[in-house]
Design a protein around this ligand. Structure first.
Ligand code: MLT
Length: 272
């Protein structure tokens, strides 16, 4: 399905189910198909919204940098279009940066938060320079520049790496440059964590070669209502490395949010 939000066509998948909708945001260079196995085999009957982030998958790519705030505004527009009052927003890596921007800018739309192999800090100067260098490389070599450097670090499983490589190679170079610029310029959102009172989970892959495990522990501690799930068989892509374990973490969050909603509703009806 596709709809026009903030001047672009956003593609998204929708799965019907009960309770508070769960949004799954993919990471840099990938697209919503990374959640297919999880949604079909482990999240059957769960209310899901699964978008392709601007510049990725079947969503339009426009020139210019995509700030995390812009990507969060795309999600807010999509939720409004779908008549969703509140959602549990879960993001993988870059999707986590978007989820944090969303939590900061649209707390009224947030029922719960899932941060999957991601971090709340901004880039240091070396990382930022690396992103600008990669933009220049994309101008010469196209999307393969990102596929070659990112895919091998996503998993220890060669089948997952090959699949990710194919996916990133097909991602729009304009979209990749837009996201790289947006990530390079994103602000530090560490202090946002302590302001989030909604139920939250942090999912860490013990074998992750991109996100530091200690960072995930610190984020879970900083969250008011946060739980850390350490997946010992997962690297940067737990939805591929350890789907059953990731689904367990997401379902625990969903149950907490659904129970909170039911509790608030019964409290309100007793009050009337
Ligand atoms: C991702 O998987 O989304 C990226 O590794 C995030 C990043 O480059 O910071």
């Amino acid at each position: 399905m596709k709809t026009k939000i903030n001047d672009i066509q956003i593609a998204y998948g929708r799965q019907a189910g009960s309770g508070v909708p769960l949004v799954l945001l993919h990471g840099f260079g990938l697209n919503r198909s990374i959640w297919d196995d999880l949604s079909v085999n482990y999240l059957k009957g769960i209310n899901l919204v699964v978008p392709d982030v601007r510049g990725h998958g079947e969503t339009d790519a426009n020139e210019g940098f995509y700030s995390m705030d812009l990507l969060a505004a795309d999600l807010a527009g999509l939720l409004r279009y779908l008549d969703i009052e509140k959602a549990i927003v879960c993001g993988h890596s870059m999707g986590g940066y978007i989820a944090l921007a969303f939590a900061e800018r649209y707390p009224e739309l947030l029922a719960g938060l899932g941060l999957i192999t991601t971090n709340a800090s901004s880039d240091d100067s070396q990382k930022r320079a690396g992103r600008y260098a990669q933009i220049e490389e994309i101008k010469i070599r196209g999307s393969a520049a990102v596929a070659d450097s990112l895919a091998p670090r996503l998993s220890h499983n060669s089948v997952i790496v090959e699949r990710a490589h194919r996916m990133i190679s097909k991602t729009s170079p304009i979209g990749l440059m837009g996201a790289l610029g947006g990530m390079a310029e994103r602000p530090d959102r560490s202090t946002v964590l302590e302001r989030i009172t909604q139920p939250a989970i942090v999912v860490a892959g013990v074998l992750d070669q991109i996100t530091d495990y200690e960072t995930s522990k610190e984020m879970a501690t900083a969250l008011t209502n946060g739980t850390l799930f350490s997946l010992k068989n997962a690297g940067h892509m737990p939805m591929a490395d350890a789907p059953a374990e990731l689904a367990g973490a997401l379902l625990a969050l969903k149950t907490q949010c659904d129970e909170g909603k039911a509790h608030r509703e019964s409290y309100q009806s007793n009050d009337q």
